[in-house]
Ligand binder design. Structure first.
Ligand SMILES: Nc1nc2c(ncn2[C@@H]2O[C@H](COP(=O)(O)OP(=O)(O)OP(=O)(O)O)[C@@H](O)[C@H]2O)c(=O)[nH]1
Ligand SMILES: [Mg+2]
Length: 209
């Protein structure tokens, strides 16, 4: 296995992706308490273990895999392997624990892409203030992927996150098995028709259908 991995940071806007990026890479990209701060991809380097180095790619926030704004297309293209510069080996999905429901929608779409995923759960402090209790193990069971609570602002949970990434790397050839929505089962004929009409699109569709 190559020791240089590409790990894409994705998640809803304002979920803490760049804060985590800065923590992992030692760089100082702009963060801000409002959505849409990051508008283009940025790459830095981190050590997952003494022997494993990874490229971390910070991406603009996106709410779903149905991009509307130009910055949402940046993340979309990377996730569907349509970006020539960046081919992610795995995804670090940053989810805001204080807005968990909305964040998990995107999370389920990413898991359905069959890209190896580790979920980094930020804003645990804000969730606690709201009185929201999160059962991490239960969430891991439901999603079928590792979930690690972190606070990138206070540099908390980073060693645990790196451990989960290390473990995921060892299982890279075994992507998550769970399907949230089996699109092919819902509409097999139309999907096959579209694949026949647009053979190039079929290459993209194989990642999501
Ligand atoms: N309270 C709290 N604040 C956090 C935590 N993680 C990040 N933040 C803050 O959340 C805000 C958003 O952080 P960013 O890192 O800019 O978020 P982002 O996901 O990169 O945002 P976009 O680039 O707009 O998609 C900043 O004010 C951070 O300081 C956390 O765990 N707890
Ligand atoms: Mg950002």
């Amino acid at each position: 296995m190559a020791n240089q991995l590409n790990i894409a940071l994705v998640g809803n806007p304002n979920s803490g992706k760049t804060s985590l990026f800065n923590e992992l890479t030692g760089l100082n990209q702009k963060v801000g308490n409002f959505p849409g701060v990051t508008v283009d991809k940025k790459t830095g380097i981190t050590k997952i273990t003494p022997g494993i180095t990874a490229n971390i790619i910070d991406l603009p926030g996106t709410y779903s895999l149905y991009p509307k704004r130009a910055d949402e297309w940046v993340a979309y293209k990377v996730l569907l392997n349509q970006d020539e510069d960046v081919r992610p080996d795995m995804v670090l999905l940053v989810a805001d624990a204080s807005n968990l429901k909305r964040n998990l929608l995107f999370c389920s779409q990413i898991i359905d892409l069959k890209i190896p995923v580790v979920v980094a759960l930020t804003m645990m402090d804000l969730a606690k203030q709201k009185g929201t209790q999160i059962n991490i193990e239960g969430l891991e069971r439901e999603l079928g992927v590792p979930v690690v609570p972190i606070n990138p602002r206070k540099n908390k949970g980073i060693p645990q996150l790196k451990k989960a990434i290390e473990f995921a790397i060892q299982n890279l050839h075994k992507p998550a098995a769970k399907d949230f929505i089996d699109n092919h089962l819902l509409a097999a004929n139309p999907i096959d028709d579209v694949k026949n009409i647009f053979p190039l699109l079929a290459i993209t569709l194989q990642y999501i259908i």
